[in-house]
Design a binder for this molecule. Sequence first.
Ligand SMILES: *Cc1c(COP(=O)(O)O)cnc(C)c1O
Length: 381
Amino acid sequence: MNITDQIQISTTEVIRPTHLEIDLDKIKQNYLAIKQHVFPSKVMAVLKANAYGHGLVRIAKLMQEIEADYLGVAVLEEAILLRESGITLPILVMGGILGNQIPLFIKNDLTITASSISKLEQIEEAAIELGKKALVHLKIDTGLERIGVHYYNAEEFVKRAAKFENIIIEGIYSHLASSESQDKSYTNLQIERFENILAVLEKFSIEIKLKHISNSGAILQHPNTNYDMVRPGLILFGVYPSSGITKRVNVQPALNWKSRVVYFKVIKPEHPVGYGSTWQTDENTRAVTIPVGYGDGYFRKMSHQAEVIIRGKRYPVIGTISMDQIVINIGNDSAYNDDEVILLGSDGNVSIACEELASWADTIPYEILTNINTRVPRIYK
Ligand SMILES: *Cc1c(COP(=O)(O)O)cnc(C)c1O
């Protein structure tokens, strides 16, 4: 068990003021909104990277409660943790595999991503040895140049794949490089390549139950590519992959990142704040210290740009963000020890979106969410 799981047992055990409040009902509503939008296609809830920071096991349990169709993770360890936590939903591991991992997949009823004939041969061998059929989704590279058989070599691959006796080819999929972009040309090209492979399947009467390609961006912008299943990650957590995107499905963020004031002081001119002494005041100003830093995933890169909410008002972070603490300039206003601080989220009237943190850190919302460290307790409601 990691600290996150321990803390999930009882919220009264949480003593760290810096924490995430996660609204499970919002995630459920987001799942249902996606499900309704893509019906009759199935929905694979993508829960890699600690469920985009929201807590892998707890979110998987929610998905099990609402009978999600499929779960997707990136690495074998995530999938095994879910099995050990009692998750019985089908789980696809979307990353590349190594030969010695294959028996663990088969023993744990996990769906393997296969992207070459030689991997399929290894899977077949392991399946025979264990006396149990292996469940596989074939991965086609239509334009990302990571794992996957090139679309132009896919015909031979799918024909060979269909012949293994101890492998069930349950799915075939590909992944999109720029589905969130307003320029749809590259996605359309990838879809066309995928369509050509589906035509090959048709031509040779190779039946594969689950054909899938859509991530969040494609669900929002390419509704004709839902096929048998879609694979939303980010929008399941209520965040849109880019600002200009078509918001075809209405989803809401489920997370508030909060802390509390732990110290108050008045800072005088010529008394710089923080490591490197990068900021100082012209006149006396009030400042409070908050126990959060880049060690929690509050990126140092956001120094001199980030703001937080205290008592319904936004205030700037001053000085460089350190590992465990930040300093907030509250000017002539008042704030007291124990006052709630919102780092990300909303207090009803004022809000700070994930996208805003991403722009301060010169990154994408995905990286903000997946970097909120496990030392930040998750509290569910
Ligand atoms: C991460 C991932 C997804 C989900 O992507 P989002 O943009 O978060 O919806 C889907 N498919 C694959 C293969 C992935 O790696």
